[in-house]
Ligand binder design. Sequence first.
Ligand code: HDE
Length: 733
Amino acid sequence: MATKKVTDKGVDATGDTKNLDKGVQPANLKTENLAPHTADATGELMTTNTGLKINDDQNSLKAGDRGPTLLEDFILREKITHFDHERIPERVVHARGSGAHGVFKVYESLAPVTKALFLNDTETETPVFVRFSTVAGSRGSTDLARDVRGFAVRFYTEEGNFDLVGNNMPVFFIQDAIKFPDLIHAVKPEPDNEIPQAASAHDTFWDFISLTPESAHMIMWVMSDRAIPRSYRMMEGFGVHTFRLVNAEGLSSFVKFHWKPLLGVHSVAWDEAQNISGKDPDFHRRDLWDAIDSGAFPEWELGVQIVPEEDEFKFEFDLLDPTKIIPEELVPVQRVGKMTLNRNPDNFFAETEQIAFHLGHVVPGIDFSNDPLLQGRLFSYTDTQLTRLGGPNFQEIPINRPIVPVHNNQRDGFMRQTINKGKTSYSPNAIGNNDPRQATAAEGGFVTYPERISASKVRARSKSFFDHFSQARLFLNSQSEPEKNHLTDALCFELGKVKTVAIRQRMLVFLAQIDKGLAAEVAYALGLHIPEKLDNELNQNIPADADPADYASLQVEGSLAKSDALSMVNTVKDSIQTRKVAILAADGVDENSLNTVKAAIEAAGGITEVIAPRLGFLTSANDEKIHVDESLLGAASVLFDAVYVPGGLNSVATLEADADAVHFLNEAFKHCKAIAAAEQAMQVIEATYFSKKIDNDEGVIISADAEKLATEFIDAIKQHRFWEREKPRKIPA
Ligand code: HDE
């Protein structure tokens, strides 16, 4: 095995030069730490695992060239045996994911609230590894499933690993970890026929939800467009639970963690998501990889909402309840640092698959709250990883190693890598000078926050967790009209796939408690009436001997009617960085019309692809050759953010008659995307069904002046989508 050189400039820590011309990141402590475990076969001879050089890797050893294979063939046996054992179990949830390396830096010291060094020192660049994921689907499932996205960040700090294992939604379906297996069994494919894959639109999921009122708030998020992001790079992240920060004086405050993407929060349309799932199931994975590979590094700001300990009971919801947010209007999100993802993994399995996150990986200055969901998670992660990674030594896998030394008395087990010296593996010991010794707090030893607790042991849910609907209503009321329509359509779609009418009916009662208008719209689409309240059936999530009345949801009128932070309409719309623009063209295209707009989009950070009836080169009106990136056969409008048709009489005539080109435009219009055409290309637009609807549409730009068109087109792409097109509700294509 050849290991790579570590240098401080020019070559990154893995010795990889492929990104050098793309502003490559210098080596950091984690890339240095990975380097000795990285192999590069460039220019090397092939060997067996014992280092024996292999002379023939094409043929097995046989008794005569037409004879049987010999058991003696250790080269064949080694190769096949390894292959036979290549697979490990996928994650029981969040199986489908993509990862990347990066760095984090805090803007200003957070020493007043936490002693965590990586949040104190503005000079320290902390290496990170991030894994984004969907929850329900298997490893090979589509990226665009309607689902929550995992947003797990590992900080390799100088005090050990800190994992912030969050999601792209700030709340969760359930309030107690003991319900997690039920939730996941309900959403996963049904156990008799393993259908459907990566989808919540089926009976068992909605059966469970309809009986679990605490899921109301999360259901609003999952039915919103947040569940179908445009890109991992355009999602918010949330730690979900309330955590605890502790400063050097031992003073504690509560904290909610946020990630705010600098590109804004954007989603695709549901019809589009379903199409992307067919055209490119790796859409998000590819998008993340390509962005980092091209040097367009994704960035997020870390946000914190800090609540002083004495304000714990100041809110109308319980800070420990993971189905509640702290509205940003009540406690503003302070942006305290920035994370940049700047390096793709070298090997998906070794890094993205083998990373083992755990929210119990903390550093001094960060501690837990008593959120019962958080408390259960503290058990689950290591437990599941013991099976997934095959034993107790998975912390020695390179991606899981901290950048600081590890010393303790844990020993042996399958696949132990470390060769621990000495006679002692116990503490206290005198033979070995009592090493390794415990660290004092001053030396950085972790000391649990001495929270005072005096209570009886009970299996119970706190009454302060019983308001299930007011924040669901807050979310709904904070959505713009198009967002509300999408949410309603999502519910109609999902419940429409549910076969059992009683489940649909229970869901209508459930929804009516959030909003009668919403329930009425869904009831209409399902061809049902909203039944009278089904009191005793609604909340089955109660102990066997309890009086259901004691567990009835509290109907609280939240004091906040609306929170702007909950609507994606209010997100950042100031850039077209990495937005993909399709340029439809054919032989005879007007070069100036094509190149002026292409150059302007690229100068603004967008990506263009020329799409033509066939691959190879186009011949422009001036006989110049123009490279074609995709043919109309392979391309699809759903893989782009916007589309442009340049002029050129012959090109325009070809496209007008090409059904795929016209469909491309129709579909882009349906999905509310920015569309531009040179005036000369008007006849292509006229071949679409929407040509009569473009007069007042700010997202359709037609001009004879290529420069003016480029400027207006770029402004339109920044808007992301023109949802107002969806009036009355749907657009044909
Ligand atoms: Fe997880 N979760 N989870 N979860 N979770 C796992 O751990 C679990 C929850 C989250 O990219 C598993 O290594 C329980 C909330 C992410 O590798 C498992 C409960 C949030 C990932 C597990 C929850 C998350 C996981 C499966 C209820 C957002 C993927 C594989 C108490 C704050 C991490 C693994 C990655 C993965 C358990 C609820 C986020 C089984 C018991 C809430 C991002 O241990």
